[in-house]
Design a protein around this ligand. Structure first.
Ligand SMILES: [Zn+2]
Length: 191
């Protein structure tokens, strides 16, 4: 990790990991891709390696990210999908040229048309968002129960009762808050 920048939160679903690069949206928001280089880093750890990124490409990435967030939130709450968000997702999906490649080990890799083509990487993320919003994958979209987060996440648990976008951050913080509240409620011994 590069010093001075917030760490990435890595989930198992590409599209919602991407929306998670802006966290605590309803609290003190943390921007985890503040510079083009940080987007390059994020794409690299998510199997979409590019070697450069311009400010305009970072802007486009953030526009896609917020559109996925808006559409996924609407889907999670069973509201109509915002038309502008759908447009951005579709444009990004159509703009890129990425090929799915099967490795000899039977794994899927993404091959981008060129290493400077952030748009190719964004098209993979947009297509991933489309598949979860369209309900094609096994799981359902839900909103994180943390009031300062409320991130849309993809719940693939068997019972579909996951409450937090991320157990290690939001889940833990919530547990601690509940623990502290319970501690306060307990009658105090004479101090
Ligand atoms: Zn959360």
């Amino acid at each position: 990790m590069r010093a001075g920048f917030p760490d990435f939160r890595l989930g198992t679903v590409l599209a919602t990991s991407f929306t998670g690069t802006l966290s605590e949206r309803h609290g003190d928001a943390v921007e985890r891709i503040p510079t083009p280089q940080r987007l390059v880093d994020w794409l690299t750890v998510n199997g979409l390696p590019v070697d450069s990124c311009t400010t305009a490409q970072l802007d486009l990435a953030r526009e896609l990210r917020e559109s996925i967030h808006a559409a996924a939130t609407a889907a999670a709450t069973q509201e109509a999908l915002p038309a502008s968000a759908v447009q951005v997702i579709n444009d990004c999906s159509a703009q890129g040229r990425a090929a799915a490649i099967l490795t000899p080990e039977g794994e899927r890799r993404w091959r981008l048309s060129s290493a400077s083509c952030v748009e190719d990487a964004l098209s993979v993320i947009a297509a991933d968002a489309i598949s979860i919003i369209a309900g094609e994958r096994d799981g359902k979209l839900a909103l994180c129960a943390s009031p300062t987060c409320q991130a849309a996440f993809f719940d693939a648990s068997q019972s579909r009762t996951r409450k937090w976008c991320d157990m290690n951050t939001c889940g833990n913080r919530q547990k601690k808050a509940r623990f502290n509240a319970n501690q306060r409620k307990k009658p105090r011994s004479a101090e």
